[in-house]
Design a protein around this ligand. Structure first.
Ligand code: ADP
Length: 454
């Protein structure tokens, strides 16, 4: 049962197939080490004897297959041991996927059979989708595969800041504290935290990402056999459901894992029943998944932006740091890095040095309001130049890789800047960027993603 939280150094003995569920306290650090046995955090084994430092508010579980003793030092909001977990069913899924990867590897020349599993994880918000994705990726990486992690969750991305769809290869089990190292993520900027802001644009980006990965896979048998794990949004009703189907089609998903929702599972089984090569599998949601209300989620978004936007600049000629997987680091830590080793740069440039665009021409006229046969005038994927004004203050802008204007929509982005001042008299714009110096491109994309530093 929940202890409610404690502060002393203590040992916890875990029986086989049990887990210790922890929520680190909001204002003080927590460390933990493995004394005996073996244990893992979301699919990644923890090294014996070494203290791991967890940032405040982090929610995680230490699971053991064969039994373990854990020592904890520091305070927690809650910590309790659970003997009922869905881990066996999750590892069974992994075993099936592993078999398919081996089969794919054995026939590298055949374009169909050389494709490893393409797994998509779906379910409502807070059903444990990101966590399951993470486990499947870490277990696969532990066995030497290099699965591709695709994150379509623009509300709460695990790879980069919110408002993006992104992908990155996972070559090592994901570090429980450091998260996913980002050498070369593939990131497309949508610029809003909900797809309803511009459904067509969202679909275009999902398609671009899928096509780019398809191209990479065609020249890389190892990635191809390893397959992908796709994490999705928690929006599963109405248009959200349509977007799930769109993602399943666009990525040619072969395994659909449905977490915690009977209805969604039967709906998907029904629409996909004529596709013999697609498996729809219902999985139990873990009792350890912590629900976050909308406010907490919004806060987490802010923290992620702090942590990631400036550390992620793959094309940028500076010491781009790894990003942090954790969504709830303290702002201060996040901004300056966990060991105070990051410092963003403030840059001032002329208005004329930057070209800023947004995608889509504002709210669309509904077709029903138009004369029969007429097309809505505002193309949702139209590139619209934005003139610089105070409206840009506190917005997060993406730096496109596109050199030409007409490539912007279909290009991925190099990183992000954050607008901190607009001087209309001198026509100067001040922004924070990961480092000093010129941006990789003058073409910037703006959406509605804001962030107020506090
Ligand atoms: P979703 O992606 O479906 O929104 P997440 O996988 O992000 O859900 O899980 C929600 C929260 O619950 C996260 O903070 C995660 O770390 C936490 N969590 C997931 N599984 C467990 C568990 N077994 N024990 C403790 N916390 C967990």
């Amino acid at each position: 049962a929940a202890t409610g939280g404690s502060t002393t150094v203590r040992q916890v003995k875990l029986e086989k197939e049990c887990e210790l569920r922890v929520e680190a306290s909001a204002d003080s650090p927590l460390r933990l080490r493995l004394l005996t046995g073996t244990a893992e955090i979301f699919g990644t084994e923890i090294p014996p004897g070494i203290w791991l430092n967890f940032p405040p508010r982090l929610k995680f579980a230490v699971f053991t297959w064969y039994g373990a003793t854990i020592e904890m030092d520091g305070s927690t909001e809650t910590d309790y041991t659970a003997d009922e977990t869905p881990m066996i069913s999750y590892i069974n899924v992994h075993a099936v996927l592993d078999g398919r990867r081996n089969r794919a590897k054995a026939s590298p020349s055949d374009s169909d059979t050389s494709q490893g599993p393409r797994v998509i994880v779906v379910g409502p918000t807070d059903s444990g989708k990101s966590t399951l994705s993470r486990m499947l990726l870490s277990w696969a990486a532990k066995q030497g595969w290099k699965p591709t992690f695709v994150d379509l969750d623009i509300g709460q991305g695990s790879i980069t800041i919110p408002g993006c769809v992104a992908a990155t290869p996972i070559e090592l089990p994901i570090d429980p504290v450091e998260g996913i190292p980002l050498e070369m993520p593939m990131v497309y900027f949508f610029g809003h935290v909900t797809p309803s802001a511009n459904i067509d644009h969202y679909k275009v980006l999902v398609k671009e990402l899928a096509q780019t990965l398809e191209m990479q896979f065609s020249g890389n048998a190892e990635s191809r056999a390893s397959g992908m794990v796709i994490n999705t949004m928690g929006w599963i009703e109405g248009v959200g459901y349509e977007l799930l189907l769109h993602a399943i089609d666009t990525f040619n998903a072969t395994v659909i894992l449905v977490l915690g929702q009977e209805k969604l599972c039967s709906m998907l089984k029904d629409v996909l029943k004529n596709r013999p090569n697609v498996d729809v599998v219902k999985l139990q949601k873990s009792g350890g998944v912590v629900s976050r209300n909308a406010k907490v989620r919004q806060k987490a978004r802010g923290y992620r932006i702090r942590g990631v936007w400036y550390s992620y600049f793959s094309a940028y000629p500076c010491n781009a740091k790894r990003t942090f997987f954790l969504s709830l680091l303290l702002p201060q830590e996040y901004f300056y890095g966990p060991s105070n080793d990051l410092s963003p740069h403030s840059n001032v440039v002329n208005f004329s040095d930057l070209f800023i665009y947004r995608i889509g021409g504002g709210p669309q006229a509904p077709r029903s309001a138009l004369p029969i046969g007429a097309e809505p005038a505002a193309d949702p994927t139209r590139l619209v130049p934005v003139s610089i004004s105070r409206d840009l203050l506190h917005l997060v802008l993406a730096v496109s890789y596109a050199k030409e204007q007409d490539q912007i929509i279909s290009s991925n982005v190099a990183g992000f800047i954050y607008v901190t001042d607009i001087d209309l008299n001198r026509k100067k714009i001040t922004y924070l960027a990961p480092c000093a110096g010129e941006l990789p491109s003058k073409n910037l994309i703006v959406g509605t993603l804001t962030w107020i530093e506090n």
